[in-house]
Design a protein around this ligand. Structure first.
Ligand SMILES: Nc1ncnc2c1ncn2[C@@H]1O[C@H](COP(=O)(O)OP(=O)(O)OP(=O)(O)O)[C@@H](O)[C@H]1O
Ligand SMILES: [Mg+2]
Length: 577
């Protein structure tokens, strides 16, 4: 965290300096008050009342100006510190592997990025302002009180260990709970995230009450633990008050007796001493507040560091350029298991070569490992054993950006962003001009429906693409991949919502425009893939056959079964043929 603060050392230095200025003014006030009371009021000297009074007012203004400057500088430092930290955490989140995102959970990442960073930022702000203030109030108060009366200082010194004991006692009791508070906040955010994003499903299944209960439970858990923490901390204020008032009473009693016995104490000195006692004890209280913040901010720093310094699970390689750039893909004896699952292999002994410019289809029942297989090509996950090669280079040796720039993948779940259609397509190629965007949309068979909308390419897509139909979403996702101009194009069940005619037109346009592109097409329907150069049949994570359609009809029983079952279902194959 210090590396983020170091950059703003200037503000971090100025803010406490001005705070020292403010506190100096505060410390001088009671001494002047003593003079005004003893020499001005009791001594009936109007000149002293006016001159000292004016000095007091001047000091108030100087103190206020210092306080304002301290606040401004502290905020300048803290806000910029928070901004840098937030940016870095966000950057790291963007670079987390799929495995890490699954592990942290979306809700927790959002809490870390928002709540935890704000917590640290606020603490930095408070530390610059109040750490110095409380320290100077405490030390300055002791010196000034001692100057007024060593006896009063002795009385106050008796109260200090009591306050210190309770501060440490309650802070230590509350400290371990802060981590739990943040964890429960994570859980609450997870529920909110899921329910807000999945509000349509909740409504469709009339699960509002059920989800409300889930939310209530998460909320209740958070309230419970927060109450526990703050109940423990709530003791501190009243205890301080008891000690403060006891000290005040003792000082008044001792002071009163001394004055009555014609001792060397004046009324003004007693009044000034009372103010200094309050300063000392409030200084202790402010220190205790900082003590309270330490475990809280400690928990937040740990959670931020877990993200910032998480090991790179998918380590970036060095290679940015390759000799061949033809889109050849090779799986050599690949096995794969999801890192967070029971360890059972999802893919087993995959040996497969996809030649440059070839169209390879992957067919297989649901859960057979089709998505898992293609996710290994852009290295969303690493293999458990064996290797994947793109353009003759092991994907693990690639710089991830270089590898992923060779591949355009349309994921199984079409994700769109809340921005106009043209911006969603341009996501695939930043500098694409309107004509290129239109061309990509035409290949994806999206141009017609886009032109039919009121705002055409500037039609705004609502969050997650809810304003579009399933097939429209898929076609915009395909446009986004097509425009990327990559060597390899992967469709993960990306045309499932299209009717067969539109799908056939799409493949035709794609093959005509990009005949040299290596294409991998995952599909459930044989009609979608029968024209592919080869079709790989995936069964329980193994490739049981891989050949063109006609050959598979002769050699693969599984393929034949799928073919006839789909033929029976409807006339899709006739229609496509
Ligand atoms: N992120 C994940 N973590 C753990 N297991 C997963 C994950 N994603 C998929 N799996 C498991 O891996 C297996 C293969 O899943 P995969 O998504 O590759 O199947 P698929 O062939 O694409 O299925 P579908 O046709 O339904 O899309 C399944 O048993 C699934 O439960
Ligand atoms: Mg899949």
């Amino acid at each position: 965290m210090f590396k983020y603060l170091k950059k703003y050392w200037f503000w971090c230095l100025l803010a406490p300096l001005f705070m020292v200025g403010e506190i100096m003014m505060d410390l001088m006030q009671p001494d002047l008050m003593k003079t005004i009371v003893d020499e001005g009021v009791i001594g009936k000297n109007m000149d002293i009342i006016i001159s000292v009074g004016l000095r007091m007012i001047l000091l108030v203004f100087l103190g206020a100006a210092s306080g304002i400057l301290c606040g401004v500088f502290a905020n300048m430092g803290a806000q910029r510190f928070g901004n840098d930290l937030r940016k870095d955490v966000f950057k790291r989140i963007m670079n987390l592997s799929f495995q890490q995102t699954d592990k942290f959970s979306t809700g927790s990442l959002v809490t870390r990025l928002s709540n935890d960073v704000t917590q640290v930022q606020n603490t930095v702000n408070m530390a610059m302002r109040f750490a110095v203030r409380s320290l100077f109030m405490f030390v300055g108060g002791i010196i000034m009180l001692y100057r007024q009366s060593p006896t009063f200082m002795l009385i106050t010194a008796c109260g200090l260990p009591i306050v210190a004991f309770f501060v440490i006692f309650f802070s230590r009791k509350a400290a371990p709970l802060f981590k739990i508070v943040q964890e429960r906040l994570d859980s609450l955010n997870n529920v909110m995230q899921e329910d807000v994003a999945g509000a349509r499903v909740v409504k469709a299944y009339v699960k509002e009450d059920y989800e409300m209960k889930r939310f209530d439970k998460a909320n209740q858990d958070l309230v419970e633990i927060s109450l526990k923490v703050f109940t423990r901390l709530a003791f501190m204020g009243p205890i301080l008050n008891i000690v403060l008032n006891t000290c005040i009473i003792c000082i008044i009693v001792v002071g009163g007796i001394t004055v009555q016995n014609n001792g060397d104490l004046t009324t003004g000195e007693i009044m000034a001493s009372l103010t200094y006692v309050s300063m000392i004890l409030f200084g202790v209280m402010a220190v205790s507040n900082i003590f309270q913040m330490i475990p809280r901010v400690g928990a937040s720093i740990t959670r931020i560091n877990e993200v910032l310094y998480s090991n790179e699970v998918v380590k970036n390689g060095e290679i940015t350029e390759t000799k061949e750039n033809n889109g050849k893909i090779e799986f050599r004896n690949v096995s794969f298991a999801y890192p967070n699952s029971s360890g059972q292999n999802v893919l087993e002994d995959i040996d497969l070569v996809v030649n440059p410019g070839e169209t390879l289809a992957i067919l297989g029942s649901t859960g057979s490992g089709k998505s898992s297989l293609v996710n290994l090509i852009p290295r969303f996950y690493d293999t458990k054993s064996g290797d994947v090669y793109v353009d003759g280079v092991n994907v693990k040796d690639y710089n991830l950006k270089a590898l992923r720039s060779k591949i355009a993948i349309v994921l199984q779940k079409a994700e769109l962003y809340s921005r106009p259609i043209e911006a969603n397509i341009r996501f695939g190629k930043d500098n694409a001009d309107p004509l290129t965007i239109k061309k990509a949309a035409s290949i994806a068979q999206a141009d017609d429906f886009i032109c039919d909308t009121n705002d055409g390419y500037f039609t705004f897509v609502t969050e997650g693409g809810h304003s579009l139909s399933g097939g429209q979403k898929q076609r915009i996702s395909i446009s986004r991949a097509v425009i990327k101009d990559a060597e390899i194009l992967i469709f993960d069940d990306s045309t499932s919502a299209l009717d067969l005619k539109t799908e056939a037109r799409l493949y035709k346009a794609l093959n005509e425009t990009y005949p040299d592109l290596t294409k991998i097409i995952i599909a459930q329907r044989i009609a979608s893939v029968r024209n592919a150069d080869r079709i790989a049949v995936l069964e329980n994570g193994r490739i049981s056959a891989c050949a063109p359609h006609d050959e598979l009809m002769e050699t693969s029983e599984v393929y034949r079964d799928i073919y006839y079952s789909q033929l029976k279902d409807d006339s899709i194959i006739d229609e496509e043929a």
